[in-house]
Design a protein around this ligand. Sequence first.
Ligand code: MIC
Ligand code: SF4
Length: 657
Amino acid sequence: MRKSITRKILEGHLVEGGSGLEPREEVAIKIDQTLTQDATGTLAYLQFEALVALGVELERVKTELSVSYVDHNTVQAGFENADDHRYLRSVAAKYGLLFSKAGNGICHQVHLERFGKPGKTLLGSDSHTPTCGGLGMFAVGAGGLDVAVALAGGPFYLACPRVVRVELSGALRAWATAKDVALTVLERFGTKGNVGCVFEYGGEGVKTLSVPERATVANMGAECGVTTSVFPSDERTLEFLTAQGRAADWVELRADEGAESEYEAVVEIDLSEVVPLAACPHSPGNVKTVRELEAEGVEVSQVCIGSCTNSSYKDLTTVARILRGRKVSPEVELVVAPGSRQVLAEICRNGALADLVSAGARLAECSCGFCIGNCYAPATDAVSVRTSNRNFEGRSGTKTAKVFLVSPETAAATAVVGKITDPRSLDLGIECPQVKMPERFYTDDSLILQPSNTSISNAVQIYRGPNIGEPPTTSPLPETLSGAVAIKVGDKITTDHIMPAGSRMKYRSNIPKYAEFVFEPLDSDFYKRALGNKNAGKHNFIVAGESYGQGSSREHAALCPAFLGVKAVLAKSFERIHAANLVNFGILPLSFRSAADYEALHEGDELEIPSVRERLARNEKLSVRDCTRGLEFEVGCELTERQRQIVLAGCLLQTFL
Ligand code: MIC
Ligand code: SF4
């Protein structure tokens, strides 16, 4: 049988499920590596500790390699972040994980540089984990609880993906970049309707892209909602790993010739036709050409370059070359955040940093920083042009800001001119910079701490500052659900809407406190209303449109609503990671059979799902009664047997009892 890359990796890791790897059937795969970051990591490790407390035999994590990164909450405005970092460090030391300290870089960039291996599986508690697909890994984002289970040696369950082959031909022209390829993909596929899909890249054009460029493309597959994106591992991969001093980690990985029957569809992208693009407010799928925006004369007050999408050596050196001998427009604040300490060290050595500083850039830490809105929030109504991957309303930290997502090249041109500018229009006097990658990157892993050796790990004390809460307990599914529609929302509700990050993120380790901000960006009264219902003994229901739960993997977007008594979400459709998180915390994801049923429901309506426990246990149809309006309708509940058991138990952890 001729096989796709996806099949090759999945077959080699299959633990449960049909060996036919039929799309949509549930399969379980062995996880070789995990990564967590601090904003999702504390909860992941609290749940890992809960597994240990439940008697799961665990002295060390069972994966080949697990890394705990600190990159999101590095601001330390108050004790909370630092306390979380100490907790994470002590857990890593005790249980055998590597610990990447604050300042070492963004998890996806560092993992690509130092740890990713072609052909391996990686599970990360961050939705951009697929970045390592650029190296030929099967790299998937998930909630922290799924990562905790993988750390304990459990498999990861997923719907076997449908594979779409993205055939790349030609080569990028001057000023067109990997980011523009990622935006082309978003333009073609959109941000919804791609759940359960893998984008597998192939074709002659692949070899024209370096690993960091492939990583940029794989990174933004997350915005399409795919399970992951994967590139072949070829001579360019070997070149990258060799430059990282890791040639021994290379294996070749390609789809077999003639594996066409493996693909649900083949989509071609001619790289030579790709032009500079921008995602306009407030969705990564809202793509226009930079030329069009240039013609509109969009004035810009902030440009931010960095994030896990575009903070590589090549990205920042290119920006520096464009800015060399120039000044940032007086109207613009330019922020540059290198993706890792390796990138920072390299741009110190090659002079790029001096060019950035001379041009007037503000240098930010090697961390997520501006991307997650906990610093560098733009001014009211300001236009901010960024190289990151998400521009959801309010995510920048400023509700009224308008964020455009572009390539580093477009960002640099824009910073100089002060208006959104196609870099091809810039009278540079030089050709488009051709940045050669170092033959050998500067490597210094001294901010990556090794765990204690096994003989002393028992003595390691876990540090728990006052910011570290207990993972809350959830209750089993009751016989009947009855309560009120606590909120009705529209399409494409992101986890940033449900559980805002930014300045609220420091409460990630404290569920009762963080729960106060559920749906804050949409309705600041939600918390009081939901808590009121809960205290009155009612369940809460959420009613939503298409693609509910886009974006982040944060399981808080399920756990905090669960804490407030939410027991079911009724939506037109769900995004993959969020749907899995809902199930993991005992919330039923129910889908509307008809748009009319969605229309009929209103906030405050009293709902009932009679005999829900019994029906779910027997896998029988569920119907919802709207007692306020005297309606009754059937809803879809596409859960596997395993997932039904989790919802019945109230939480995945309970199924380990
Ligand atoms: C994001 O980009 O939204 C985040 C912050 O990295 C999240 C993780 C989180 O919420 O902590 C993600 O992408 O999963
Ligand atoms: Fe960090 Fe932004 Fe990447 Fe999320 S998208 S991991 S916040 S850099």
